[in-house]
Design a protein around this ligand. Structure first.
Ligand code: GLU
Length: 286
């Protein structure tokens, strides 16, 4: 079944008398979406024609992007990536997943290692200098995770003089460095790298988005999320800077899946197994 978005794009293409190549995808999962359904020369047409997409995500974050026993990532970000692929006629099995830890994301997009990134990726102005964002498709907030037995840290007001593990190149790292100078920031490459130092008491807490921390707490009985969130982290889908047609098209996909139930379905089978189901945020067509 051809989706509404592909039909709308096809009308645009027809109006321009664009005769795009009709690469039909045989992988299933994407219906009969074809490259010719999209404006000629667009990123959508190129990806549909190629029949494959490289998506950057996290490999170590339960609920959002975690590589399972079969080597394939699972989580809400992964589901959002699959939906975008399917709207391009690309089946799940034809997606190439690339691990993009926090510090490599802008470069991975800029140098073409990935086509898009769906990886708990906060939209902000600094990053917009290098990449563009569709979304947001979720809004998280920075929080803290400690050992359950730790009674010293109940929230962000208690972190002065404490060692706080976080990840290089993340917004939580930047926020701690700028706004909590009395805390000692201990940066690692990925959030799962913080678990052992926390258990060894080399650090007192881990700080990042509440939903990432909730995933670790759900999987580990000895850990607990502490305090309220103290930032807003709107998650965007990163793509090449100024690829406005692609950004608009992904925003259209998001609005469609907010309406037709696919966003809620993706949430409920992943993050929603631990977290309450939120309202989807309005996309920001900046
Ligand atoms: N959302 C924050 C960020 O984009 C923290 C999570 C992460 O590092 O992926 O930096």
């Amino acid at each position: 079944m051809r989706t509404r978005l592909a039909r709308v794009a096809a009308l645009g293409a027809a109006a321009m008398l664009a005769l795009g190549a009709c690469a039909s995808n045989n992988g299933g999962g994407g219906g009969d979406v074809e490259a010719g359904d999209f404006p000629e020369g667009s990123t959508m047409a190129k990806l549909a024609e190629a029949g494959t997409i490289t998506i950057g995500t996290k490999f170590d974050q339960p609920l959002f992007g975690l590589v399972g026993p079969d080597g394939v990532p699972e989580g809400f970000d992964v589901e959002i990536g699959k939906i975008i692929a399917s709207e391009l006629g690309i089946a799940e099995g034809d997606i190439k997943w690339e691990e993009t830890v926090s510090s490599v994301r802008e470069d991975a997009i800029a140098n073409g290692t990935v086509d898009i990134i769906v990886a708990t990726y906060t939209i902000n102005d600094t990053r917009k200098e290098k990449v563009s964002f569709a979304g947001p498709y979720y809004v998280a907030g920075q929080s803290l995770l400690t050992l359950k037995e730790n009674t010293d840290i109940q929230g962000v007001d208690d972190i002065a003089g404490k060692k706080i593990c976080t990840v290089s190149g993340s917004t939580p790292e930047q926020n701690l460095l700028e706004n909590y100078p009395d805390a000692e920031v201990v940066p690692f490459g990925a959030y799962s790298d913080c678990l052992e130092p926390l258990r060894n008491k080399q650090v007192d807490a881990i700080s990042t988005d509440n939903v990432i921390l909730a995933g670790f707490a759900a999987d580990n009985d000895d850990l607990e999320v502490r305090g309220e969130q103290f930032t807003d982290e709107p998650y965007g889908i990163g793509l090449a800077k100024d690829d406005t047609d692609f950004r608009n098209w992904i925003n259209d996909v998001l609005e469609e899946i907010y309406e037709d139930g696919r966003w809620v379905e993706a949430w409920e089978k992943t993050a929603g197994t631990v977290l309450p189901t939120p309202e989807p945020p309005a996309v920001d067509r900046y």
